[in-house]
Design a protein. Structure first.
Length: 254
């Protein structure tokens, strides 16, 4: 199985990351994809990638919560890295109106710029959207062409949102929210084919039940797969097999 989105370089794992990864590998979660946040996350992410070659993989991008009045400086660092070495995807990037709307226009500009790089480099984009689903889909439709693919990670929208995203050729990243009583995905996932889904944890955030409220980790991917299987009324090994194939086709490997 694959965890398509995990911040395992986070300080929340600094004391036991080797044990956390050993647990994941024991649960057959053998590939973990790490989204970048900004310049502060690059070193830790790449150290893990080097230590766990073939199991932990880096992306490169600028998270919308790190976009401010000086966002061009951060984007310069992202661009420099993108042309310096290969990455599996461009991300995470996107829009976030949860904490602050001050830099919304800058977030949109950073989105457009990074989408342009992804097209040139033929990389999928990994999109973060929080309190901004409608705005994000509108922007995706604006920049879309046949050279742009990606995933809306931690998808929490409705069926119509899902259909618009899929129509653009994008995947939906499904994580712990699928297990939440009022998460809403119980009304969406029965209508979405498995071929459009990627499994993710977004570790250390959004742990699935029964671990909700605690630190999330990649070894919980099977819990998410089981929940999707229940909602779609299929065998869990079907969810595991299809989602893993989706991930291997989605990410770019040299």
């Amino acid at each position: 199985m694959t965890d398509s989105h995990a911040h395992i370089y986070s300080d929340k794992f600094k004391n036991d990351i080797d044990n956390i990864l050993a647990k994941a590998f024991e649960k057959n979660v053998n590939k973990i994809y790490m989204p970048n946040i900004d310049h502060t996350s690059i070193d830790g992410m790449m150290e893990l990638e080097e230590k766990y070659k073939g199991q932990c993989f880096s992306m490169m991008g600028l998270h919308p919560c790190s976009v401010n009045k000086d966002f061009e400086k951060e984007l310069y660092i992202v661009e420099k890295w993108l042309y310096k070495r290969p990455f599996t995807a461009l991300g995470e990037m996107g829009l976030d109106l949860y904490w602050d709307k001050t830099y919304f226009e800058q977030q949109k500009e950073a989105f457009r710029i990074q989408a342009g790089w992804a097209k040139k480099l033929k990389l999928p984009i990994v999109i973060h959207t929080r309190n901004s689903m409608a705005e994000t889909i509108e922007l995706m439709e604006e920049v879309h062409d046949e050279d742009l693919t990606g995933v809306v990670h931690c998808f929490t929208g409705n069926v119509e949102d899902a259909e618009r995203i899929i129509k653009l050729g994008f995947k939906l990243g499904i994580g712990g929210v699928a297990t939440f009583k009022n998460g809403g995905l119980d009304k969406v996932l029965p209508h979405i084919d498995l071929e459009h889904l990627l499994l993710e944890t977004d570790s250390p955030y959004l742990a699935p039940k029964p671990h909700r409220g605690k630190r999330n980790e990649p070894s919980y991917i099977p819990i998410i797969a089981q929940r999707i299987a229940e909602l779609k009324e299929v065998e869990v090994n079907e969810v595991e097999k299809v989602s893993d194939a989706n991930a291997q086709a989605f990410f770019v490997h040299e």
